[in-house]
Design a protein around this ligand. Structure first.
Ligand code: LMR
Length: 334
């Protein structure tokens, strides 16, 4: 190709820079769950869309299942620029010094995905992401997983059934308080270590959206799962700010488009993925799935809503009140 033709082709976007022999910009996207989960699938979708929209000028490499970094390491790796993109659970942001994110962990604070959306698509969600900027991190989007339920090797019908049980939690003080309120013993542990810990009895149980339980095969080492759906687990997609701000403007705009499309996809599939995995757990016959009655679930709610008040000093009264206001949640109406 002659030089002029080449320039025209590049300008018209019919030839990618990668095809011309230029190295694409690489985005390493590390996460800790299986590829076959809402987050895993959305990350792959982002990789495809980014390649398509930038015509190969960006290559997103997705590293699933903690193959690159485990929970704690990945945040450090992002800040150091060893990876460019992550989607950690909202329960894992306080080690960065942004404790307000733990508002998402407050038990029963979101009655459903609609209530949640009022926060993730509203001013509170935006203000929370803005708090990451001074840490050198830009928040791009919120991706759903789902609502967590308790699992154990003994039946769970009432809050008292968790008394004295060693329960694995993510690194969140709110989750720690939630377990203590139930009389359980919380143990912070990296996600990649939970299966082994359940297998060997280091912990007795845990809490998960079903997609995480199933794809890590935890149902093989937990005899009982009760669908308490007592708390939310979702993600913030974050990038190294210096890297992001340093991208050429047109590429950044295309990546923002890719992120928007992947976010719609993530939030569209999350519930169906969890439902399908619940069916698979049931079919496996390895875990007894129990659906609590309205009264039984209310008993959990009555006990656990006290965590909101107890954690006001930690999470911030203002952000809790803002979530109540925007979702219509009324803690006193129980
Ligand atoms: C967990 O550690 O349980 C979750 O944060 C894993 C995940 O990324 O969904």
């Amino acid at each position: 190709m002659k030089k002029l033709e080449l320039l025209i082709a590049l300008f018209a976007g019919t030839l990618s820079l990668a095809a011309y022999g230029q190295q694409p910009i690489v985005i390493k996207f590390s996460h800790v769950v299986a590829a076959d989960t809402p987050k895993g699938k959305a990350a792959e979708m982002f990789a495809r869309k980014a390649a398509e929209l930038t015509k190969g000028r960006v290559k997103v490499e997705v590293y699933a299942n903690s193959t690159l970094y485990k929970d704690k390491e990945e945040m450090e790796a992002l800040q150091l620029g060893a990876v460019q993109m992550l989607a950690p659970s909202l329960a894992k942001f306080s080690p960065l010094g942004v404790k307000e994110f733990e508002v998402f962990d407050l038990p029963f604070i979101f009655s459903d995905y609609d209530a949640l959306r009022k926060i993730t698509n509203g001013p509170v969600g935006r203000q929370l992401l803005a708090k990451l900027e001074p840490k050198g991190i830009r928040g791009l989007a919120y991706w759903d997983n789902g609502f967590k339920s308790f699992s154990l090797n003994s039946p769970i019908r009432t809050p008292a059934d968790l008394k004295g049980k060693k329960m694995r939690i993510q690194s969140s003080r709110v989750l720690e308080e939630q377990m203590r309120t139930l009389g359980a013993l919380p143990l912070v542990m990296a996600f990649s270590e939970v299966y082994q810990a359940l297998l060997t009895g280091v912990v007795d149980g845990t809490e998960n959206p079903v997609s995480n339980l199933y794809t890590q095969k935890m149902h093989e080492v937990q005899k009982y799962l009760t669908l308490t759906e007592h708390g939310y687990l979702g993600y913030a997609v974050i990038v190294n700010k210096k890297f992001w701000d340093g991208l050429p403007g047109d590429i950044r705009a295309e990546l923002e488009d890719a992120m928007e499309q992947s976010t719609h996809y993530a939030n569209r599939i999350a519930k169906a993925e969890n439902d399908a995995d619940l069916e698979a757990v049931r079919k496996s016959g390895k875990t007894k799935v129990y659906v609590p009655t309205g009264e039984e679930r209310l008993a959990f709610k009555r006990v656990l809503v006290s965590v909101h008040k107890k954690m006001e000093g930690r999470v911030g009264r203002e952000v809790i009140q803002a979530v109540y206001r925007d979702t219509g949640f009324k803690p006193d109406s129980l």
